[in-house]
Design a protein around this ligand. Structure first.
Ligand code: GLN
Length: 492
């Protein structure tokens, strides 16, 4: 998955690399997702083919209906005996060739489970034509019709619009789409996504979905915590400027969880976080100070490949020397280690084996490690796909370190997605020059967190804390980083 095409790769606790939508679901529902929560057409076809190879279909002709659709339905229904409601989202657009077997599978589910146990919610577009000053309902009508032609009648319509949809338009959509007007729910653009639960409730979305299931006596939802979040987003007490120095800056979605987590850090401190997305390559030509003077915190996020790395190292140096709060995430930690190795520890030519063949490989490939009982080997020059350290791993924090204080505990679990690690052969030397390891893998073999105790806030982590931050529970590292930025903003 290329960040340029798909946006961020979201990683779950169990190490599944998924689409960024699952991140939104986690942030809204606070339920941790996993391998059983996301499936691609590729995985379904692979499964059907291997079942066939095993003789699972006893030599019968393998077809989209029923074999592919059965595989999709089995996937949907696997392991859900404990839940009251199951939410299934089909991505893409009605009519996509890739999507057809998925639509057919949920159509069948409507029959299998009984229509009273299934609600079809269809998300459509109601574009506003600027020059005509008009909302157009045709795309919605068309897509509902398309959906009907494959056998699915939408029960509820969620209509994305940038302008309020007047009541008579709502009625018109209902009429043409064979949906009751009260089940045509406007989904307006909002200043903050966290306002969506409040606005949907106002428009009756929850009530209407429940009524499809025949539930008409549900108690009113308690939305007070969401109200508090929205109130804080809209009326902060101040703001801080955070420079995010990375590579995929044209596509903001490639750092979706990161920008959300920074916003959550702001919520925890009642400030608005102004993010300045800076392409690190700039620092390879221009003086970093021109761009970084005046920011209250610098964050170097995850990344891959050589391009822009020297620029990121410049950003680290600026933060370290100017005492600006610094947060390095994954590749950002690697850059911090290289910077300190070169500048403080006198390790000339220090670098990462991901980028070059450095004289001092302070960041290098772990060729072997264990997860549970399974030993995984990562031979150099092996496959790149599926060779990363992925998913949740525990770490043990040094008592008395800043991170132990930030987390309020010494045992944590965080999600990883990387191949390279801080080389333990250099940690003693780095520590002597101020950058100490304050979080280790439980076996003491992998540095997971490094910090400069003698700096207002300088922390680098090997994992991706942004993946676990939620608006109702901001991640402690982001809350603390923004607190440090607030403090810094009062100094200047
Ligand atoms: N490219 C680095 C690695 O593979 C860092 C990955 C990341 O930042 N997620 O180890």
């Amino acid at each position: 998955m290329s960040p340029f095409q798909h946006g961020e790769v979201y990683v779950t606790d169990d190490g599944t690399e998924t689409d960024l939508d699952l991140g939104h679901y986690e942030r809204f529902t606070a339920v941790s997702s996993g391998r059983s929560d996301n499936v691609t057409a590729g995985r379904i076809y692979q499964e059907v083919i291997s079942t066939e190879r095993r003789g699972g279909y006893l030599g019968r002709t393998v077809q989209v209906i029923p074999h592919v659709t059965d595989a999709i339905k089995d996937f949907i229904l696997a392991g859900v005996s404990e839940v009251d409601f199951l939410l299934v989202e089909i991505g893409g657009t009605v009519g996509d060739i890739e999507g057809l077997p998925f639509f057919e599978a949920i159509r069948q589910l409507g029959n299998d489970l009984g229509r009273e146990r299934v609600a079809f919610v269809h998300l459509t577009l109601v574009p506003y034509i600027e020059t005509a000053g008009e909302l157009k309902t045709k795309p919605t009508q068309h897509s509902v019709k398309e959906l009907r032609s494959i056998g699915i009648q939408a029960d509820v319509l969620l209509c994305r619009a940038s302008m309020p949809i007047p009541d008579d338009e709502r009625r018109k959509i209902g009429l043409f789409c064979n949906v009751r007007p009260e089940r045509v729910i406007p989904a307006l653009d909002l200043p903050t996504i966290y306002e969506a639960p409040l606005r949907y409730h106002e428009q009756g979305f929850d009530t209407q979905v429940l009524s499809v299931f025949g539930i008409n006596d549900a108690p009113d939802p308690d939305l007070s915590r969401w109200r508090a979040v929205v109130e804080r987003v809209k009326n902060p007490e101040g703001d801080v400027r955070i420079a995010v120095v990375g590579k995929y800056m044209q596509v903001k979605d490639s750092y979706k969880s990161l920008s959300e987590a920074l916003t959550h850090g702001g919520l925890a401190n009642n400030v608005r976080v102004r993010m300045e997305w800076i392409d690190s390559e700039i620092f390879e030509r221009d003086d970093a100070a021109v761009y970084l003077e005046g920011v209250n915190g610098i964050l170097v996020p995850g990344g891959f490949g050589e391009r822009g790395t020297e620029g990121k190292i410049c950003a680290v140096r600026f933060a370290r020397e100017r005492h600006v709060p610094f947060f390095g995430i994954c590749y950002g930690l690697h850059m911090a280690v290289i910077e300190v190795a070169r500048d403080l520890a006198g390790l000339e030519g220090a670098g990462s084996t991901e980028i070059s063949t450095p004289r001092h490989p302070v960041i290098a490939l772990m060729t072997e490690w264990t997860k549970g009982n399974a030993v995984e080997t990562r031979p150099e020059g092996g496959d790149l796909g599926g060779t990363m350290r992925l998913g949740a791993y525990p770490a043990v924090l040094t008592p008395g370190s800043r991170v132990a204080e930030v987390y309020g505990t010494t045992t944590i679990s965080e999600r990883h997605r990387h191949r390279y690690e801080v080389n333990v052969g250099y940690t003693r030397q780095l520590g002597e020059h101020g950058l100490v390891v304050s979080g280790w893998s439980p076996d003491g073999r992998l540095p997971e967190i490094m910090e400069i105790p003698d700096h207002p806030w300088f922390i680098g982590v090997q994992f991706h804390p942004e993946l676990k931050s939620r608006p109702l529970a901001p991640h402690p590292l982001f809350a603390s980083f923004i607190a440090a930025a607030v403090h810094q903003s009062r100094l200047v």
